[in-house]
Write a protein that binds this ligand. Structure first.
Ligand code: ARG
Length: 456
């Protein structure tokens, strides 16, 4: 027990069970030890403890770290309030009373803030790597499908033809933004809370610059009260996870759609699909559905912490202990989702020829035909009307653009000539796109190469 002095009786068992966060904050064990090592070295540096004592503490902490990694020490959640108390108690067992010097000039309040920040900063790197891995897989698939036609939609209605590469590259751009979000979190949380004490610093000559440097921060935080109350960085992280999951949920939704027999556009590998316990023929895209489903939980986690922080008076209140479950839940499920999405896509097969026939003659080139008129000097509004009329007529006759003749076109507008029919050929539709950022295969190819060069 870390705080027994002024108490006559120990904590009730149920109360301890209710208040223990060990089963959750055990995830911070390595960061907690890292912070304690820096703190012990600093205490020796400012001569609050001796070199020998600092070495004893560090050695003990190393042993605990090794015991944990080897599975030889696993503290009981029914016995300890949190990871800090569990480590301190083990340190006492290992090195005796010197262990009692480690907590000098430190509170669990600045300790936990430091631990979480260290954990998040490491995780930011890891997640950026996983995002990059998924991007590379999407880029590789895209490079094989620059000319794979598929319908592009707005309002879930066929709008204009695009390519599979162009469609997947939209996700690569989203992932690029996701990565930047984590990079920003890393860069903007570069101050160490350690040494802020419980809320108001210390009368001991704690060297906060030293511990900040030791732990890889730029400098110490400016205000002790803010430092122990602040959980903005977790909110930032949960927000970044939410947006990342939201993007994955959109991709998941498309995978689910594309794998239906109606779409028949993607075939998932057996190893990333599941069957039905009742219907023998079923092959289900469960992993995509689960990623889609887990995104809801990620949003919930943000709200859960934001609600805990709302109106919370300064500084540390035990409510803050509830910050960790949402943090780990979002982070782990986002990391798993990124990994599974990458495996699922890299083993999937696309049906490249699926839309080439079907889109020949459908109305998705109507805009291109209107643009053709514009280039002949017809005002766009008028051109829009002319092509609209043509579509209406063909629909009534149960026909489409496939068998439209020049004569027919001329009847609708005398401006039309032979070359207008050419722009209704789906096979050349992507090549005719002129604008930067369009699905023109040359531009898509260029962007793929640019990103592959940057990422691989
Ligand atoms: N387990 C606590 C948490 O996660 C650590 C800080 C506890 N501080 C305290 N004064 N009870 O927030």
């Amino acid at each position: 027990m870390l705080w027994g002095g002024r108490f006559k009786y120990g904590l009730d068992n149920n109360a301890l069970k209710f208040s223990s966060s060990l089963s959750v904050d055990i995830n911070l064990i390595l960061e907690d030890i890292e912070g304690s090592k820096a703190h012990a070295a600093m205490l020796a540096g400012v001569k609050i403890i001796s070199r020998h004592e600092s070495e004893q503490i560090t050695k003990g902490l190393r042993t605990i770290e090794q015991e944990w990694k080897d599975g030889k020490w696993n503290p009981d959640a029914e016995k300890f309030e949190d990871v800090h108390s569990a480590i301190e108690s083990r340190l006492f067992e290992l090195i005796g009373d010197t262990a009692g010097k480690l907590h000098t000039g430190r509170s669990r309040n600045d300790q936990i803030a430091t631990d979480i920040l260290l954990w998040i900063r490491k995780r930011c790197f890891l997640i950026q790597d996983s995002i990059k891995n998924l991007q590379i897989i999407l880029l590789k698939i895209s490079s094989c499908h620059i000319n794979t036609l598929m319908p592009g939609y707005t309002h879930m209605q066929r709008a204009q033809p695009v390519s599979l590469a162009f469609h997947l590259m939209a996700y690569v751009e989203m992932l690029e933004r996701d990565k930047n979000r984590f990079e920003q979190i890393y860069n903007s949380n570069n101050q160490s809370p350690l040494g802020s004490g419980a809320l108001a610093g210390s009368t001991l000559p704690i060297d906060r610059e030293f511990t900040a440097r030791e732990l890889g921060f730029n400098k110490p935080t400016e205000n002790a009260l803010d430092s122990v109350s602040n959980r903005d960085f977790i909110l930032d992280y949960l927000h970044a996870c939410s947006v990342g999951m939201m993007h994955l949920s959109r991709l998941s939704e498309e995978i689910v759609l594309w794998s239906t027999s109606e779409w028949n556009f993607i075939k998932l590998a057996d190893s990333y699909s599941t069957g039905s316990s009742l219907m023998p023929q079923k092959k289900n895209p469960d992993l995509a559905e689960l990623i889609r489903g887990k995104s809801g939980r990620a949003f919930g986690n943000y709200i859960s912490l934001a609600s805990a922080l709302k109106s919370l008076p300064l500084s540390y209140n035990r409510d803050l202990q509830e910050d960790k479950a949402p943090l780990f839940d979002s982070s782990f499920s986002y990391e798993d989702s990124l990994e599974l999405m990458a495996s699922m896509l890299s083993t999937a097969e696309f049906n490249s020829g699926r839309f080439r026939e079907e889109m020949q003659g459908d109305f998705s080139l109507a805009t291109d035909l209107a643009d053709w008129l514009v280039l002949k000097g017809v005002p766009f509004r008028q051109a829009h009307g002319v092509v609209g009329k043509l579509v209406q007529k063909l629909e009534m006759e149960k026909r489409n653009f496939k068998d439209v003749t020049v004569d027919e076109l001329k009847k609708i507008s005398p401006v039309f000539d032979e070359s207008a029919v050419e722009c209704l050929d789906i096979n050349n539709s992507l090549n005719r796109k002129k604008t930067y950022g369009s699905p023109n295969p040359v531009l898509v190819q260029k962007r793929i190469e640019e990103l592959l060069k940057k990422l691989v």
